[in-house]
Design a protein around this ligand. Structure first.
Ligand code: NAD
Length: 416
């Protein structure tokens, strides 16, 4: 196993020191349960056939069916898919969802293909993995460069294979095909609920709290909207093209309009800053919501925020993480901060199984309840053990995983 997965395992080893998990559980979680590699022959629009490679990993399914997205990207590797599946095992456990961890990917650059080719790739991938997925075994979802329409093709293909409509096989579907209301802003809303818990704990007045947000896509934009609407001072936002800053607070609804009409956040009159300097602003809360690996040993010294809420997956390198912890920065880690997305995916799966749709209010209420409960459980463990929020989140998840794994016994029960 190569480096990305090994890096992920260091989190497990650290968490094990603060959890009640038996060493046998830790050993089982070190290895993915199953990784499938498939070849997908696809007829191109010009009549030729191209063979794509895809992966689907089920890291652990002891607490429930594996859950995790499918990405279409040229840089997909087996190592990356296994690592992302490992993270999903911990993300589902930290949120207390009855799911294990999975992930899938196809090595493809979607920009080079027509919609019809992408449909054939999506359906071909599902045909290749159909025996290994299912509503009670492994439930995919969208990820990088896959969306609701791709999920609709995949659900349809799976339904044809098994001979019955099976919406619960996949989440992130269009609402008309069984998707859940409230999925669009679920990741941001989940992170935002956790910011509100910090507000309660620290007695913050939102109008005195400044926030900088890197990334203005699904996660970043909705977070900015929610925070601004509640009176927080969102002083900086960015996208891949640029960043804007106003120390007295940006008018977020106007920036959302600009982003929608002109495709960029820096088309207005606020002062422009660089994407790198946004991370180093003197703000109370920093929200990385774009890419992985943006806070590293190179810039960690310059980070001035008191709180970092990781809406992106993996934005902080392990070295930077130690540095921030030593400086007293509270980092709400990705597996907890962005778990609102998979939580509403769980609601979608539940609604599909029930054959009953929830109102938006019900989705928001239940999401808020889970986010507050799990945030506080992790925060308390952090206080008790004097560890970082990240280690506490992993330890909290590991305790749940251990409970499930160990309910069938460990060497303590069987040794003579
Ligand atoms: P998205 O594609 O909707 O948005 C990404 C944003 O990042 C875009 O605004 C893009 O312009 C911006 N960006 C790209 N490069 C940048 C750069 N160099 N500097 C600043 N901004 C840059 O993606 P998303 O769904 O919002 O996902 C963002 C992150 O959140 C990812 O790490 C993703 O894995 C994570 N996440 C998302 C969800 C979800 O439900 N959407 C769930 C869990 C985790």
């Amino acid at each position: 196993m190569s480096s990305l997965y090994e890096q992920a395992l260091t989190r497990l080893d650290l968490a094990a020191r603060y959890s009640n998990a038996h060493e046998e559980t830790v050993e089982r979680l070190r290895r993915p349960k199953q990784t499938l590699e498939v070849s997908i022959p696809v007829r191109m629009d010009d009549g030729s056939t191209r063979v794509f490679t895809g992966f689907r990993c089920r890291h652990d399914d002891t607490r429930g069916p594996a859950k995790g997205g499918i990405r279409f990207h040229p840089a997909v590797t087996r190592d990356e898919v296994q690592t992302l599946a490992f993270w999903m095992t911990f993300k589902c456990a930290v949120a207390g969802l009855p799911f294990g961890g999975g992930k899938g990917g196809v090595i493809i650059n979607p920009r080079e293909h027509s919609l019809a080719e992408l449909e054939r790739v999506s359906r071909g991938f599902i045909r290749a993995i159909a025996r290994n997925i299912g509503p009670d075994t492994d439930v995919p979802a969208p990820d990088v460069y896959t969306n609701a329409r791709v999920m609709a093709w995949m659900m349809d293909e799976y339904s044809q294979i098994v001979g019955k409509r099976s919406p619960a096989v996949i989440t992130g579907k269009p609402v008309a095909l069984g998707g859940s209301l409230g999925r669009d802003d679920a990741t941001a809303r989940g992170g935002y609920e956790q910011l509100r818990e910090l507000q309660r704990i620290n007695n913050w007045n939102p109008s005195n709290i400044s926030i900088a947000i890197q990334g203005f896509g699904n996660a970043g934009q909705h977070f900015a909207r929610l925070a601004h609407a509640d009176g927080y001072k969102v002083v900086a936002v960015s996208d891949s093209r640029g960043a804007v800053y106003d120390s007295s607070g940006l008018d977020i609804p106007t920036i959302i309009e600009l982003k929608q009409s002109r495709g960029r956040v820096d088309a207005g009159s606020q002062s422009e800053i660089t994407n790198e300097s946004l991370l180093e602003l003197d703000v109370d809360v920093l929200v990385p919501a774009a890419l992985e690996g943006v806070i590293t040993e190179k810039n960690a010294d310059n980070i001035k925020a008191r709180v970092v809420i990781e809406l992106a997956n993996g934005p902080t390198s392990p070295e930077a993480d130690d540095n921030l912890h030593d400086k007293g920065v509270l980092v709400v880690p990705d597996i907890l901060a962005n778990s609102g997305g998979v939580t509403v995916s769980y609601f979608e799966w539940t609604q599909n199984k029930q054959g009953f749709s929830w109102t938006l209010e019900t989705v928001h209420e239940r999401l808020g309840e889970i986010m507050r409960r799990e945030f506080n459980a992790v925060y308390q463990l952090r206080q008790e053990k004097n560890i970082s929020m990240r280690t506490a989140a992993y330890a909290h998840a590991l305790n749940r995983l251990a409970e499930a794994h160990e309910s069938t016994g460990t060497s303590n029960d069987f040794a003579r």
